[in-house]
Ligand binder design. Structure first.
Ligand code: PLP
Length: 349
């Protein structure tokens, strides 16, 4: 099956007369003894539906977590005291926050790299334990050459993790390029409706899967059942949502390039995220995000509705991100409505 079909069909119950087509919502904190599940922190049939579907899309085995951050936290726990981690200089600020916290406490050493500079990334891998990658990166939308970097990191014995939240498995499958683990904030495109927090780790390595599952079960980063159900429901329409968001994003990026109020457009050619820098600086950016009726001024991304924000409004955003940079999460609306809604705020007072 091709990925768009897998997204619709994977993780469903077998076709049985009078049984539902969909995995049911199964709230349960405990199960009758004697089976495999035993307790609600270790497993749930609704999570399994989501995990099977995402695992099939990424070509590995997935583990659902309460959030992307819970997934990343459990993953970073694999790094032993004093080991070195290589990470993007621009990445999801929560990932960088977890790494900063570990570094401040003397747990690990972190080296930050420009993921577009393949030679620098490979050189930084020397003596490292883990390479964390994001591609495209949040919010700078840089692309890492995964096909070159992953084998070069492995040659140096470095484990490679790719956060695939922005690309989704419909645009990029890092495990097929050799990555050891894929991280997802399923909160974003996979669930896709701005109504659920959920994360996942995916790996094709059975031993790594076992270790990660035992850590999740011990640490308690297990997901809520409603969230897993919502994400699985969202996943069914991922292909359509992503196709439309991407087409809208490409068109808006093209038009924004030509707008005199915009000094720089970043669009990596895949996905629905665009970043613009405004010639009028912070004031122009703040005016833009306050000016619209459709575009919602909000953080997060990957929902059916278009949202945007000036990233540096967060004190935790990297200092090398331009103050006026506005990250747009382009939704599935009619692109003409999105464009018309942006224009007055771009044109200014
Ligand atoms: C949002 C996000 C996360 C964190 O996920 P949560 O579900 O919010 O915990 C991790 N990585 C990327 C790229 C994200 O955009």
């Amino acid at each position: 099956m091709r990925p768009d079909t897998i997204a619709v069909h994977a993780g469903r119950p077998p076709h049985t007369p009078d049984q539902p087509l969909n995995v049911p919502l199964t709230p349960a904190s405990t199960y009758v003894a004697g089976g495999d599940l035993e307790y609600g922190r270790y497993g749930n049939p609704t999570w399994t539906g989501f995990e099977d579907a995402l695992g099939a899309l990424e070509q590995g085995r997935a583990l659902a977590f309460a959030s992307g951050q819970a997934a990343t936290g459990t993953l970073l726990d694999l790094v032993a005291d004093g080991e070195r981690v290589v990470a993007p200089r621009h990445a999801y600020q929560g990932t960088l926050g977890l790494l900063d916290d570990l570094e401040l406490r003397g747990r690990v050493k972190v080296e930050r790299v420009d993921v577009e500079d393949t030679d620098a990334v490979v050189a930084a891998c020397h003596d490292a334990a883990l390479l964390m990658l994001e591609s495209p990166t949040n919010p700078a939308l840089e692309l890492a050459d995964l096909a070159s970097i992953i084998p070069a990191a492995h040659e140096q014995g470095v484990r490679v993790v790719v956060d695939n939240t922005f690309a989704t498995p419909l645009r990029q499958q890092p495990l097929t390029l050799g990555a050891d683990v894929v991280v997802h904030s399923a909160t974003k495109y996979l669930a896709g409706h701005s109504d659920a927090l959920l994360g996942a780790l995916v790996t094709a390595d059975d031993e790594l899967y076992r270790v990660l599952k035992s850590r999740r079960d011990l640490q308690g980063g297990s997901p809520g059942v409603l969230e897993a159900w919502l994400a699985l429901r969202g996943l069914r329409t991922l292909a359509l949502r992503l196709d439309r968001a991407e087409a809208n994003a490409a068109e808006l990026a093209r038009r924004l390039e030509q707008h005199p109020a915009v000094s720089r457009v970043r669009y990596p050619g895949i996905g629905g995220i665009v970043a613009v820098e405004l010639a009028g600086g912070v004031e122009a950016a703040d005016r833009l995000v306050a000016s619209t009726a459709l575009w919602v001024h909000a953080t997060s991304l990957g929902g059916v509705e278009s949202t945007f924000e000036r990233r540096r409004r967060w004190a935790t955003e990297s200092r090398s991100i331009e103050e006026s940079l506005v990250r747009l999460s382009v939704g599935i609306e009619d692109v003409e409505d999105l464009w018309e809604d942006l224009l007055p705020g771009l044109d200014g007072p």
